[in-house]
Design a binder for this molecule. Structure first.
Ligand SMILES: [Zn+2]
Length: 356
């Protein structure tokens, strides 16, 4: 017989299997050709799917906090991936490699191998529809206030798992919950980093710290003294200051001379061209300075005191500056900026000062 008509339909695999197992559907089964189309496994592509519907143009009246869509998408992709078999990396690292991020020692060929060892990847896991559904739920809930943050959506995602019709095995539900914990950990790292950057985004203060550092390494390199601007006295180079900056980027005691010379050579080369040194042109030094400034300022704005006690006027002013930067540079609103400041403060209060 000639084929004069083709019906194209789509469904997900568990439902298809259910149909396949139905004895009464023999005629249907005989005439069906299955074409597998796996779910997307590239994080940023997944973000695009949700970004189409959930953005400030479509959603008015409620703010979606930064990273809400990204974290939901991250979880969706993670549920679809298989644990790496050979490579010594975590699932989250594998997800990031798929997303085009780089990892030391990993080439594009390695990433291809990862895909090849998991041919069924993407055939299982959470559908975009589930995610869209839960983001919508979080948006329409009354108790979420004027801003929806990643935790609210992740909680919705978790709550929905217990009556998800396609999750039939308890161990899968358990795994998906563990993946939510991983995503929360990732989120914690992201906001810690952002708050850190917002606190140390004081360019004037960094430039001052940089000037101080350069004066000291110059004196150190040429065995000179540093003129104390305050007392007018000639002091020895401040080893403690120099090390406290260098340690931020893991420059060991034995490598410090090389690093200082490197910076000095660079400044000298610029001077020959008649140019002034700008710390922003040296990525590593900039990072070190930012981290050092953050460490100094963290105590002065008493981030940890935010959690419990009443904040004095001076501290409140400093906190407002940081909040303003979060709003201006990272698209937070007043609500979610306050939320993450409190959240990060509670992390530091817990004694976690892990820096990256
Ligand atoms: Zn917000």
């Amino acid at each position: 017989t000639d084929i004069d008509e083709v019906i194209v339909g789509h469904t997900n695999e568990p439902e298809y299997k259910k149909l396949q197992n139905n004895e009464l559907m023999e005629a249907f089964r005989d005439r069906t050709v299955k074409i597998d189309i796996p779910y997307n496994t590239v994080w940023k592509e997944e973000v695009k799917i949700y970004g189409r519907d959930f953005n400030d143009r479509q959603i008015t009246g409620k703010h979606i906090a930064p990273h809400t869509i990204e974290m939901s998408a991250m979880w969706a992709v993670l549920t679809r991936l298989e644990e790496p078999k050979k490579a010594q990396i975590t699932l989250v690292q594998k997800m990031k490699l798929y997303a085009g991020k780089t990892l030391p020692g990993f080439t594009e060929d390695n990433v291809k191998e990862l895909r090849e060892e998991a041919p069924r990847e993407g055939m299982e896991g959470i559908s975009p529809r589930y995610i869209q559904d839960k983001i919508s739920n979080a948006l329409v809930r009354d108790d979420t206030g004027s801003c929806v943050n990643p935790f609210m959506v992740l909680n919705e995602l978790e709550a929905g798992l217990s009556h998800h019709s396609l999750i039939t095995r308890e161990e899968i539900r358990k795994r998906f919950r563990e993946l939510l914990t991983m995503v929360k950990q990732e989120y914690e790292d992201v906001v810690k980093n952002e708050v850190q950057k917002a606190i140390s985004a004081d360019e004037e203060a960094i430039a001052r710290l940089c000037g101080n550092y350069v004066d000291n390494i110059k004196a150190y390199t040429f065995h000179e003294k540093v003129r104390n601007k305050f007392t007018g006295q000639e002091d020895d180079p401040d080893e403690r200051l120099m090390r406290s900056i260098e340690e931020k980027i893991d420059i060991s005691e034995s490598r410090k001379d090389d690093f200082r010379r490197e910076v000095m050579n660079y400044i000298a080369a610029l001077a020959l061209e008649g140019k002034q040194f700008d710390y922003k042109t040296n990525e590593r030094l900039q990072k070190a300075l930012e981290l050092k400034l953050f460490e100094d300022q963290k105590d002065s704005i008493k981030l940890t005191s935010l959690v419990s006690s009443v904040v004095d006027k001076d501290t409140q002013e400093k906190i407002d500056i940081v909040k303003g930067r979060l709003i201006k540079n990272y698209a937070y609103c007043d609500v979610c900026a306050t939320d993450i400041l409190n959240y990060v403060a509670s992390i530091f209060a817990r004694g976690d000062s892990k820096q990256r």
